[in-house]
Ligand binder design. Structure first.
Ligand SMILES: [Zn+2]
Length: 298
């Protein structure tokens, strides 16, 4: 499942090619990929055709491309298996191609952007840009965000991420730390993989009570979240499920350096104990039984 680093890799791949390009054609092969668009497929096409793209932006796992000179943006959510691929005009993106945009760049040859999504949990939509909470998205100083993204919190890599405010909010909650890490309304951009990696680095159990966390430990955890996200970004994102490829069709390689996620049965790099995988909220958590002890009750 694509997480923040994968989405950022897609954004970085799109920036040089779509910024300033004009949408010449919109082909909707599967309207289920427009389920988050408020309006019929024809409305989606109408709003995009002839529009000119600005520089792509991101908040958490949401990516959007403002339509130049308007108050609208094309919003992309990759869901479980979504991919954004670039190709030559006549290229074939395979049987999971859902939406195809023909683009004409400011200079150079026309090309095609394909939204490919095997499981159709992802989506494209044209949405209104509204005033957010001050700083907009990653990638521009435009303070607006798409309406559908206003409930998404800042991610820890965002310059506008307010550690003190988030720390107070999290430590005031009566819940478990991993639930908060995955709550996109509190901290965005962290999925199961990076949560397990950061908890392992901080030597915290995934069920550690948030109201017992010290300010210092929470700050260390966020530091480790940033480290693991930046490492993944540098390596092009994870590719553990073989679904994710970046805009050039290449897989990321971060899965080679995971320390906890998917490492059950291997020794912990800190202490040598054998890592375990445990069921947690319809998915799983990976931890070291010695470094990340079960929290005491009460
Ligand atoms: Zn250990």
């Amino acid at each position: 499942m694509p997480e923040l680093p994968e989405v950022e890799v897609v954004r970085l791949g799109l920036v040089p090619v779509v910024s300033g390009a004009r949408v010449e054609s919109v082909e909707i092969l599967d309207p289920r990929s427009l389920k988050r668009h408020r309006g019929p497929p024809e409305d989606f096409r109408h709003r995009l055709e002839g529009a000119e793209f600005d520089r792509p932006l991101r908040r958490g796992k949401f990516l959007w491309i403002p339509l130049r000179g308007t108050t609208q943006a094309l919003v992309c959510h990759l869901g479980m298996s979504g991919q954004v691929l670039l190709g030559e005009e006549a290229s074939d993106f395979g049987s999971h191609l859902r939406i195809r945009l023909g683009l004409v760049p400011a200079t150079g040859k026309p090309y095609v952007v394909g939204f490919v999504d095997q499981r159709i949990f992802g989506s494209l939509a044209v949405d209104d840009l509204v005033d957010g909470d001050g700083a907009g998205g990653w990638g521009s100083d435009d303070p607006r965000v798409p309406y559908s993204v206003t409930h998404i919190a800042r991610d820890p890599l965002d310059e506008a991420f307010d550690l003190d405010a988030v720390s107070a909010k999290v430590r005031g909650k009566n819940t478990e730390i991993k639930r908060v890490l995955l709550d996109q309304g509190v901290i965005s951009g962290i999925g199961n993989i990076y949560a397990d990696e950061a908890l392992w680095a901080t030597q915290l159990h995934y069920r550690y009570p948030t109201n017992r966390l010290s300010k210092k430990t929470f700050a260390l955890l966020i530091h480790n979240v940033k480290e693991v996200l930046m490492k993944a970004l540098a390596e092009g994102g994870t590719s553990f499920d073989q679904q994710y490829v970046n805009v050039n069709g290449k897989s990321g390689y971060f899965s080679h350096s995971l320390m906890a996620y998917g490492q059950q049965g291997s020794p912990c790099a800190k202490c040598g104990s054998i890592l375990v995988r445990e069921p947690w909220m319809n998915r799983s958590s990976h931890r070291c039984p010695r470094c990340q002890r079960v929290p005491r009750v009460g």
